[in-house]
Design a protein around this ligand. Sequence first.
Ligand SMILES: [Zn+2]
Ligand SMILES: [Zn+2]
Length: 348
Amino acid sequence: MKAAVWYGKHDVRIENKEEPVVQPGKIKIKVAWTGICGSDLHAYHGAPGVIQEGTPHPITGEMAPLTLGHEFSGIVHEIGEGVSEFAVGDRVTVEPMIKCGKCEPCKKGYSNLCDYFGFVGLQSNGGFADYVVVDDYMVHKLPDKVTLEEGALMEPAAVAFHAVKSSQMKVGSKVAVFGVGPIGLLTILCAKAAGASQIIAVDVSKERLQKAREIGATTVINGMEENAVQRILAETGGVDVAFEAAGAEVTVNNAIASIAKKGQVVIESIIPHPIKVDILQITAKEANLTATLGYCGVYKEVIAMVASGQLDVKSIITNKIVLDDLIENGFNLLTSDKSQAKIIVSPQ
Ligand SMILES: [Zn+2]
Ligand SMILES: [Zn+2]
């Protein structure tokens, strides 16, 4: 079968690979669509610690070279011994978070904080391939109304959904979203679905802000052209919740500066190095600074909201490509063209 295999920095090869073999408790899926995620780009550009390298992952036993891809949908092709809830031909999406089920966080129900946390497609072979084998607990059926394209968007949608659901946002809240790449855009969709009265999008790309407005931002601010904090404070008196999805020191501090007293900042991005934050502002506002990691137990709700039309996840798709073009029209395009949001890839 064809697969996109990560060997090292700027070394992802579209190559022929043996089809994975289904094992007890696992499901073999014929991949339909796989989304390109920011972490795939980080892996491609050689960011340390993103992909399992050097030592096998404690749960999956796998390490690079690995097939990338963790945001995917497909058709059940074969089921392993002991799998009863699925049948060949089911249309499915995959919740790719790897968990041990035995550590304290897993036992407490926070499997996104599992001590051996990982992702299919980063800590095991993933979905940029014709076929992939995953544990049955990761697989969710798609309702008839939901397309396989939308199925590939469930993973990043779950990240945004978890952030909004765990936040102190309520119906009528005023929110700001800093950084409107795919996660920021999906956060706008979730905040809109949850009843935000005002949604202010902040970014430095005209094209992304245009997209943000199309999908529901009530105000868009280009941080290159004007002072985002001043404008947010002038228009709202301070937002109730600011979601940080850009992953930079300046956006974290702008988010903190933009919230009202008793407000909240939710860090959705992964910031791999220490940054300077003005904690006095948190104290002075008796504000809440928190972060979310991935998602836990929200897939069924996200799928139901996509099926009911409340979360139009397909609106963030900007391009569809084939696996052979993954590097050129996927990774390289996303790196150079800021008007791109989510690119989905078909192996066929
Ligand atoms: Zn992702
Ligand atoms: Zn665990």
